[in-house]
Design a protein around this ligand. Structure first.
Ligand SMILES: NC(=O)c1ccc[n+]([C@@H]2O[C@H](COP(=O)([O-])OP(=O)(O)OC[C@H]3O[C@@H](n4cnc5c(N)ncnc54)[C@H](OP(=O)(O)O)[C@@H]3O)[C@@H](O)[C@H]2O)c1
Length: 247
């Protein structure tokens, strides 16, 4: 059994997730790469392995809650525990047409929030096995209060609104879970990594990138393994700075 720390990073076949996967592998972590596309996943694993790191890939479409459960099963079967879980996979703001997940849920709410919520709950036993573990929810500065009478956005849909409510839901989950896990070995924090990083998501939305994945990646890495943050939980960061989410 490996003595390395293990991290699961969702959505690490592209963008800032892939960057964080390669960086943590280079720092000696064993990395579980996740995405939908096996070919792209294996490319990331190969790059990590060639550079001397350790990684493996699990495929799952997080728009399906059944696939979230299968991913959790696969990770559980894979080993003894998890030192960190980074809920990073997400869909951006582009797309004017409302889409539903295979479970009949509004798609951005399902992928950006519910999948991470369920995966985190299913992974708690694996995280509890470690002396100290961290959960990092990659959210966004783009946040919109949730209309609890229309969470599925059946009225007045826009891709931006769907994205923003899913991201605030992720943040509220972080704060609630931190309270629930107080006194346990697991810290849970969330962040806006950086504004308009040069990634597929941003390019698809037609916006000109103004940050690099290295900038957003550094902010995520800080929450994963900065020793000064040990034991601190329920925080929201904007980039490298502790900040406040939409009240
Ligand atoms: N880019 C920014 O400026 C920015 C700013 C604030 C917050 N964020 C957040 O940062 C995170 C990463 O964004 P990014 O810019 O790096 O995006 P990206 O390059 O588009 O990468 C998104 C990742 O999520 C995966 N993904 C998307 N839908 C999925 C699904 N249904 N099931 C499983 N995996 C899925 C993608 O997998 P595939 O390879 O299969 O597509 C990919 O690996 C997101 O949560 C985003 O909201 C980004």
């Amino acid at each position: 059994m490996t003595t390395k720390k293990t991290v699961l990073i969702t959505g690490s076949t592209d963008g800032v997730g892939r960057y964080v996967a390669e960086r943590l592998a280079a720092e000696g972590w064993r990395v579980i790469v996740h995405g939908r596309d096996r070919v792209r996943g294996e490319v990331v694993v190969e790059r990590i392995t060639k550079a001397g790191g350790e990684a493996r890939f699990f495929a799952a479409d997080l728009s399906s809650l059944a696939e979230v459960r299968l991913l959790a099963d696969a990770v559980r079967r894979d080993g003894a525990g998890l030192d960190a879980l980074v809920n990073n996979a997400g869909i951006g703001t582009s797309g004017a047409k409302r889409e539903l997940s295979p479970d009949g849920l509004e798609l951005r709410f399902a992928v950006n929030y519910l999948a991470g919520f369920l995966l985190t709950r299913l992974m708690l036993p694996a995280l509890e096995k470690r002396q100290s573990a961290r959960i990092v929810n990659v959210s966004s500065a783009r946040q919109q209060p949730i209309d609890f009478s229309d969470v599925m956005l059946a009225r007045g849909y826009s891709g931006v609104r769907a994205y923003c409510q899913s991201k605030l839901a992720q943040i509220m989950f972080t704060f609630d879970l931190a309270k629930e896990l107080a006194g346990h070995n697991i810290a849970v924090n969330c962040l806006h990594p950086a504004t308009y990083m040069d990634t597929t998501m941003v390019r698809l939305s037609g916006v000109r990138p103004i940050s690099t994945v290295e900038q957003g990646g550094a902010a995520i890495l800080q929450l994963v393994d900065e020793p000064a943050l040990a034991g601190r939980s329920g925080l929201y960061f904007s980039g490298m700075q502790e900040s406040r989410a939409n009240p």
